[in-house]
Design a protein around this ligand. Sequence first.
Ligand SMILES: N=CN[C@@H](CCC(=O)O)C(=O)O
Ligand SMILES: [Zn+2]
Length: 404
Amino acid sequence: MSTLVTGIGELTTNDDELGRMRDAAVVLEGGLVAWVGQAAAAPAADARVDVAGRAVLPGWVDSHTHLVFAGDRTAEFEARMAGEPYAAGGIGVTVAATRAASDDELAANLDRLADEALRGGTTALEVKTGYGLTVADELRSARIAAARADAVTFLGAHLVPEGSDAQGYVDLVAGEMLEAVAPHVDAVDVFCERGAFDEQQSRRVLEAARARGLALRVHGNQLGPGPGTRLAVELGALSVDHVAFLDDDEVAMLADSWHGGRGTVATVLPACDLSTRMPLAPARRLLDAGAVVAIASNCNPGTSYTTSMAYCVATAVLQMGLTVEEAVRAATLGGAAAIDRDAPRTGRDGRPLAPLGRIRPGARADLQVLDAPSVTHLAYRPGVPLVHAVWRAGDLVVAPDRLS
Ligand SMILES: N=CN[C@@H](CCC(=O)O)C(=O)O
Ligand SMILES: [Zn+2]
């Protein structure tokens, strides 16, 4: 069954040759993009959908979320808005609520948020563990995440849980806990920050993960200057996320990491920067230096309780100095690079995975249609829900009645 999506006023492909197109059409077949070109030259298909001049772009690839949790932290947010600083210790509140929840409750909460994200145009999600912090709770978090996420990350090194000593806990994370979760995850992350894990502890966990063949990520330079970015680049991590406090050497290091092959993506989290009243990450400086940047929601109940990638994109344009084109690319293809899905891959189960973040033949058919003539409206009309329709892997998953 093939579907021709036609009448596209503006098509953002993220493909170097196709670029941004006017009066375009796309054919979807077998869950993939089968054809892209001018509407006038479109081939016949089994079904036809006319989007009446609207803008079409790849679905958002949200490469940083913490969706396996229970409870919320409204009181902490209110205190922060009244002037209290954010501190890593707040994670413990969510750990207690998560441990007390059933598997069904955790899965239902994740589904609720993933559905909300999908309605907002997010067609691919990375989900981290990190609110369990025992072998059993991290394992069930990884299993629950794997049922829904496109990429699963083990974040046992999120906080030293109450009652544990730091060195003993790092031994557990790098040993028995990693062993238990490894079959269910794609990557391992550490929160390398004052109040969480220091450089030597972070290195220990990341090296153990690398020895098991898992990809690496780092939460780094979120609350102040620190070793996270340097460590991520040195160990060849897929991404270093937050990066609010970077000096010029660290910016250059991230850019240089892409010379001669795959480097480390700098993932900026604008909603988190605003919610924690931290400086906005220097996305403009990173792009100017030649770094690869991703924009992600960091959806979690502590520092960034939003699934809205459109909000993150608008903030990146309005407050971080990115063009709309740069921000859209960072929230689609940048996210795909951050989860190593910007090219064809093999999944944990050995099956082939189509690339994400582009609209070109062979890519997964993940498209969002905006109720707007161009992507510029994402920043020009911030806060307005502009998603009109969404296809994920070729399935029309968000469809207004008027779409025929
Ligand atoms: N920084 C560490 N982890 C999360 C926050 C988790 C929390 O406060 O619950 C983050 O990415 O912001
Ligand atoms: Zn995070």
